[in-house]
Write a protein that binds this ligand. Sequence first.
Ligand code: AKB
Length: 322
Amino acid sequence: MSSKILIIGAGGQIGSELTYKLRQMYGEENVIATDINRNNSDLVNSGTFEILDAKDYEGVKKCVETYNIDTVYLMAAMLSATGEKFPEEAWNLNMDSLFHVLNLAKGKLIKKVFWPSSIAVFGPTTPTKYTPQYTTTEPKTVYGITKQVGERWCEYYHDKYDVDVRSIRYPGIISWKTIPGGGTTDYAVEIYHEAVKTKSYNCFLKEDTELPMMFMDDAIKATVDIMMAEPETVKIRSSYNLAAISFTPKEVAASIKKYIPDFKINYVPDYRQDIADSWPKSINDSYARQDWNWKHSFLLEDITKEMIFQLRKTYKAISRTS
Ligand code: AKB
């Protein structure tokens, strides 16, 4: 079945790689990438791209109608760390954009919606080890509140209005193509960039802060898998727990040292430490594994090998052109 796809927030860390993957799968002409700016030039130059503000209902509707869209991936969001600096803006962006897309689906202008949730729905009262799907969710960040409330709305629109909305709770995502912005788990990407560029990193979390993490290829696979699953197998319509691995800054540093033996790390915890301390250390994702056969592939050693290999190529190419 052919699909016309709109990606909102396509310039971001996950949005950009999702766009490349969906273009491979469905053809460049069937995947419309949009974002609030043209900053990601690789993405802008690699297929149809439109400027779109996720908060602008009329703009989103016009894009859906112009391109005859049936599926929307809503990837625009303000993440945990930036959200604490701009609480109202985070609330407005994260909630308005979700309502716009859910309402378009309720009005049958689109058939299917993907909306990402996060481990940020959990809080200090959640069990931290192997956190279950159904448990206490009392988030401490504005971002976490928007994700927790968003999950409730997704389930509500599915149950009351038959909206086919699908969602996963992403852990921290590690990737080399597009840098993340404004998250608490961003250290796990920055550390590789700094290791390759300068052989040293000032980490904003303490050395023993364990968090759930995942390589981008696994995150994209999970996103595609849940969207391709038969509707009756997607039994949870709020959001699925999703897991791959968990590690601490000290453990990533040790794995980097195998490739860059003189790599140095300093620990300079800031306000993001409190956010990380309120999140789980590991996640039980057995429902995703049961319902739509989720399985991760990348372990920490695989991620480190790939990150260092790719970033060495990237920075060599940059130094050649500068
Ligand atoms: C963040 O750190 O805010 C995000 C997330 C875990 O959702 N990467």
